[in-house]
Ligand binder design. Structure first.
Ligand SMILES: Cc1cc2nc3c(=O)[nH]c(=O)nc-3n(C[C@H](O)[C@H](O)[C@H](O)COP(=O)(O)O)c2cc1C
Length: 168
């Protein structure tokens, strides 16, 4: 079985918590779990299966730590890599930019040739705009710890069961 590289950026711990639960549900033995603050694109290059997580800050910006790595993603060859995204945002306070950070990372990895899996339906969310909404669904798992924290664990369970076979 392949090892999955799980990379996340988190300002106040919400994305970190989601990453921990995702790793637990997949099985810790299958996952190498990295805070993106601590590694560079060379570490991502070592995995055929990637799980990529970010929250959104500012008005539709990536979580800060991703900015250190973002420029070097331009030299990451993602052909042959299978990638799934998860994002944390606040649909009530930032409904025009809901989960935009996940959309920014999706665009980059897609452009680099990644096979993207793990699209997620947008039903059950209340927002007006999102860069992470592409071709009728979210490009990855949509989580909102500010307004729908009670749904996060079941969403993670359901999403992981969809993507797990393609990652391992
Ligand atoms: C100043 C500020 C700006 C934010 N901007 C956005 C935004 O543009 N879009 C969005 O979906 N969420 C936005 N959020 C919500 C965060 O993404 C959300 O609280 C998230 O759970 C934080 O996760 P983290 O602790 O992993 O960084 C913002 C929150 C704050 C406090």
């Amino acid at each position: 079985m392949k090892k999955i590289g799980l990379f996340w950026g988190s300002q106040t711990g919400n994305t970190e918590n989601a990453a921990d639960l995702i790793a637990a549900v997949i099985g810790y033995e299958h996952v190498d779990n990295y805070n993106i603050r601590d590694v560079g694109a060379d570490t991502l290059a070592g995995y055929d299966s990637l799980l990529i997580g970010t929250s959104t800050w500012g008005a539709g910006e990536l979580q800060d730590d991703w900015y250190n790595v973002f420029p070097s993603l331009d030299s990451l060859d993602c052909r042959g890599k299978t990638v799934a995204f998860f994002g944390l945002g606040d649909q009530l306070s930032y409904g025009d930019y809901f989960l935009d950070g996940m959309g920014i990372l999706y665009e980059k990895f897609f452009e680099r040739g990644a096979k993207v899996i793990g699209a997620w339906p947008a039903e059950g969310y209340d927002y007006s705009g999102s860069r992470a909404f592409v071709h009728g669904s979210f490009v990855g798992l949509a989580l909102d710890a500010d307004n729908q924290d009670h749904l996060s664990a079941s969403r993670i369970q359901q999403w992981v069961s969809l993507i797990r076979p393609a990652l391992l």
